[in-house]
Design a binder for this molecule. Structure first.
Ligand SMILES: *Cc1c(COP(=O)(O)O)cnc(C)c1O
Length: 386
C-alpha cells in the first residue's frame, strides 16, 4: 500500500525503478527469525532471490546465513559480511574455479548434486590439503504442487542425487579422505503454498536420515531447503505465516538431539517488500483489446514472461476500476506482457503504475536485452528523508 507521500515522491522520479519498503522487509525478517528461534531452527537466506546491497544488509543484520548457487554469490555473501561458516553452496553445475574459490574461503558446506561432483570436490580439496564439508542434496521425488518450471524435487528434474544412487554416494564418502559428510539437503521447488507438501517432504527426510545413520554416518544437518510461497493476490497482507511453516517441520521431522534443522528461504523473506514502479507511455485502444504500454518490460521483471507469473497491477494516479487492459512492456517480444484483461481505472499517458510483490526474482533477473538502461532502485528511507 502506498501513502500519498510515496506517490508524490515517485512522481518526481524517472521511471522505471524498483521500490523497496525496508520497514516491511525488517518486520518480515524479524517475524521469521523469531519463529525460527522458538524451534531452534537455522535460516540461510537464498541469495538468488534478491542480492540488492540494501536488502542483503538487512538480512545480514538479522543473523541469517547465506545460501548461494554460484561462486559469484559466495563472493557476494562474504563481501557483504555474512559469516563464512554460515555460507552454503548448492548448484548442479559448480565449476572447478567456483569450487576452488569456496574451498579457499572455508565455507560451511557444499550441497553436492551428483556422484561425480563428490569426486571432483574430493580431488580439488586434496590438492589444497583441505577437508571439504559436504551435504548430499537428495532428490526425494516429492511433488511440490507448484508451477512445472519451478519444481525441482521430482525424478525428472536435474537437481540433486536420486535415491537409488545413495549406496554409491555412501561408498564415495567412505572412500574420500578429503570429504567430511555433515548431512542431507533437499529443495523441492519454489512458490509452495500448500503446506501439506512439506509433510510429505518430512517423511522422506526422516527415511534418508535413518538410512545414512544405519550406514554409520552421523547426520548432523537436516537441510530442508526453502520454497515457502507468498500470496501474489494479496500484496498488502504481506508477512507469510512462518510460524505455521516451521511448526510443520517441528511436528513431522524426527529431530535427534545431535541434529540441527536448516532452512533456505528466499522468496518468502523478500517477495512482498518491493514493487516495480513504471509510467504509462501509451494507451492503445483497439477493437478487441485495449493496451497499456509501460516504460518497464520483461527486461526489468522477467517472471511473467518466464513462467506466466501473476503480479497485481495498480494505477497509482487514478481511482475506480472501469476498463480492462492488457498491460505490456516496450520490448520486442510478444511474451513481454505483465497481465491480460486487467481491470484498471481509465488510464492515461504518464500515469504511475505499480507492479506489486516484485522483491523476489525481480531485480536479480533484470537484463540489458534491447540495450535497456540499468535498473534503478529507490527505498522507503529515500522517501522518508525527502
Ligand atoms: C532457489 C533456492 C532456494 C530458495 O527458494 P525460494 O523459493 O526462494 O524460497 C533454496 N535452496 C536452493 C538450493 C535454491 O536453489
Amino acid at each position: 500500500m502506498f501513502s500519498d507521500k510515496d506517490i508524490a515522491h515517485f512522481s518526481n522520479l524517472e521511471t522505471p525503478f524498483y521500490y523497496y519498503d525496508l520497514n516491511l522487509l525488517r518486520d518480515t525478517l524479524k517475524t521469521c527469525s523469531d519463529a525460527a528461534n522458538t524451534y531452534h531452527f537455522h535460516v540461510h537466506y537464498a541469495m538468488k532471490a534478491n542480492f540488492n546491497d540494501k536488502v542483503l544488509a538487512k538480512i545480514k543484520e538479522t543473523g541469517f546465513g547465506a545460501d548461494c548457487v554460484s561462486g559469484g554469490e559466495v563472493r557476494k555473501a562474504i563481501e557483504s559480511g555474512f559469516a563464512k561458516n554460515k555460507v552454503v553452496f548448492a548448484g548442479v553445475g559448480k565449476s572447478d574455479k567456483e569450487i576452488n574459490y569456496a574451498l579457499d574461503q572455508d565455507i560451511f558446506c557444499f550441497n553436492v548434486e551428483s556422484l561425480q561432483e563428490l569426486q571432483v570436490i574430493n580431488d580439488l580439496a586434496g590438492k589444497k590439503q583441505k577437508i571439504a564439508k559436504v551435504a548430499i542434496r537428495i532428490n526425494p521425488n516429492v511433488d511440490a504442487h507448484t508451477h512445472a518450471n519451478i519444481t525441482t524435487g521430482l525424478d525428472e528434474n536435474k537437481f540433486g542425487i536420486n535415491s537409488w544412487d545413495m549406496p554409491a554416494a555412501a561408498d564415495i564418502l567412505n572412500a574420500s579422505a578429503h570429504l567430511e559428510f555433515v548431512g542431507i539437503h533437499f529443495h523441492i521447488g519454489s512458490q509452495i503454498t500448500n503446506l501439506d507438501v512439506y509433510k510429505n517432504l518430512c517423511v522422506r527426510v526422516n527415511e534418508f536420515a535413518a538410512w545414512f545413520e544405519d550406514k554409520g554416518f552421523t547426520v548432523k544437518i537436516l537441510n530442508v531447503g526453502g520454497g515457502l510461497g507468498i500470496d501474489y493476490h494479496q500484496p498488502n497482507a504481506q508477512i507469510p505465516d512462518f510460524e505455521a511453516y516451521f511448526r510443520i517441520f517441528s511436528d513431522f521431522l524426527d529431530i535427534k538431539p545431535h541434529q540441527e534443522v536448516h532452512f533456505e528461504l528466499g522468496r518468502a523473506l523478500v517477495g512482498q517488500s518491493s514493487s516495480l514502479i513504471s509510467r504509462v507511455l501509451y494507451v492503445k485502444n483497439g477493437k478487441k483489446k485495449n493496451f497499456i504500454v509501460l516504460d518497464a518490460g520483461m527486461t526489468e521483471l522477467m517472471r511473467p514472461a518466464l513462467y506466466q507469473a501473476y503480479h497485481q497491477i495498480e494505477n497509482l494516479s487514478q481511482k475506480s476500476n472501469a476498463v480492462k487492459y492488457d498491460v505490456v512492456g516496450p520490448i520486442c517480444e510478444s511474451t513481454d506482457c505483465f497481465g491480460k484483461e486487467v481491470a484498471l481505472p481509465e488510464t492515461f499517458r504518464n500515469d504511475l503504475i505499480a507492479i506489486r510483490s516484485t522483491g523476489a526474482y525481480g531485480e536479480v533477473m533484470a537484463s540489458n536485452y534491447n540495450l535497456r538502461d540499468a535498473i534503478v532502485t529507490v527505498t522507503s528511507d529515500d522517501v522518508a528523508s525527502s
